[in-house]
Design a protein. Sequence first.
Length: 98
Amino acid sequence: MLRLLLLVLAVLLLLLQVRLWVSPGGMREVERLREAIAIQAEDNRRRQERNERLAAEVEDLRSGGPALEERAREELGLVGEDEVFFQVFEDGSAETPP
């Protein structure tokens, strides 16, 4: 009787181990989810750093000053008062203005 009980318990233990390691929702799935969480956490960290840089840039632009002037010069090609604009062509393919 005791041997039968031990055999039944051993079979149940074996079935539980198989279910733990092989079945959906088992240890494989847990490990896959842990890896996905680590990847997402790294992505979130990079995006948070980018957001902080953009927020600092927005604050610089709102406060005016050098950041705003630099952005206007680079993106819009604006020049300040009493400044002369020169355009230099490095490769010799200068086009004459119309």
